[in-house]
Design a protein around this ligand. Structure first.
Ligand code: HEM
Length: 286
């Protein structure tokens, strides 16, 4: 209980009751240092300890011959969404946390504008992913769990067959996406209500919409989601910049990846190349 008390900043309301007002700001450093520790440990592990990737089975050569030279991965629509969301996310993080670490500026207006952009982009993304993309591609499936078990045993030095090649998104990406959903939706859900506390173009200010206790808890959840996103975004950028992942990052810019990279890492049965892109060079998949 004491620990929970310490991660929150408290105030006394007019009736003498103790109410939360927001998170304790040292959590910014906890999140940043946790993110940094993850990167350092992961980088050391990959450099000095990890064995080379090994997958079960080979891709049939007749299938490989029919693949286009560049395999489409992200449509133009999906890429535009990704970069708009990323710009909104960075703006939110910097406007929220720079003033807490000593860089003072009038941050609230930039913050709620970026929050609105993020909210709209996520609503768009949910609709786009549900009706135009393969909705199930980002959720763990049975093959992921079977392979995770094999990979875990091999990691621990126990005998286990090699896992299959990946679907469009490996299990780690799917779990990361889940963590982003939890933190992102918490920040958005609370952020929309918090706009009632400041002046925006959407609705009249109404700081009495909730009790002090409810507002306080809302600010705490918003802050916890926010610091969680510091670590998550650091980890995401780190992986995007790792040399062995650059082909994936480039596909988020140009839309496609080289056939050899696809054949090395992905299972065409689990992530099929679109018919329309075989055999010519693709223009995306929206
Ligand atoms: C996703 C990343 C986000 C991060 C890291 C973040 C972080 C923060 C932080 C740390 C605060 C200060 C809260 C406090 O004083 O306790 C804050 C305030 C605020 N946030 Fe966010 N936020 C995010 C998303 C959003 C979204 C999506 C919206 C709107 C839809 C939003 C709207 C607001 C508003 C209106 C305030 C000002 C509240 C006030 O000053 O009374 N935020 N945010």
């Amino acid at each position: 209980m004491g620990a929970i008390k310490n991660i929150i900043q408290w105030a006394t309301d007019p009736w003498g009751l103790s109410v939360p007002i927001h998170i304790a700001w040292f959590l910014i450093w906890v999140a940043a240092i946790a993110g940094l520790c993850f990167l350092v440990v992961h980088a050391i592990w990959v450099r000095y300890f990890a064995k080379p990737e090994e997958f079960a089975g080979a891709v049939p050569s007749e299938l490989a011959a029919h693949l286009p030279e560049r395999v489409p991965r992200h449509s133009l629509t999906a890429r535009l969404f990704h970069w708009i969301m990323a710009a909104a996310m960075f703006t939110l993080l910097f406007t929220a946390f720079l003033p807490r670490v000593g860089v003072q500026f009038d941050w609230v207006t930039y913050h709620w504008i970026a929050g609105t952009v993020l909210t709209i982009s996520i609503i768009f993304h949910v609709i786009h992913a549900s009706f135009w993309l393969d909705f199930w591609a980002i959720w763990p499936d049975k093959a992921d769990l079977q392979d995770a078990w094999k990979r875990m045993r091999r990691f621990l030095g126990q005998p286990a067959p090699a896992p299959r090649r990946f679907a469009k998104y490996p299990l780690e990406n799917k779990l990361y996406h889940g963590a982003i959903i939890a933190t992102g939706l918490s920040a958005i859900g609370t952020g929309i209500f918090m706009m009632f506390r400041v002046k925006t173009i959407f609705f009249p200010r109404d700081p009495y919409l909730f009790s002090d206790m409810t507002w306080g808890l809302m600010y705490v959840l918003h802050g916890l989601a926010g610091v969680g996103l510091i670590a998550l975004v650091m980890i995401h950028v780190y992986f995007a910049l790792r040399p062995e992942k650059l082909a994936i990052t480039q596909s988020m810019i140009f839309g496609s990846m080289k056939r050899d990279f696809y054949l090395e890492h992905y299972d065409p049965e689990r992530w099929a190349v679109e018919e329309s892109s075989v055999p010519s060079v693709s223009h995306g998949n929206d």
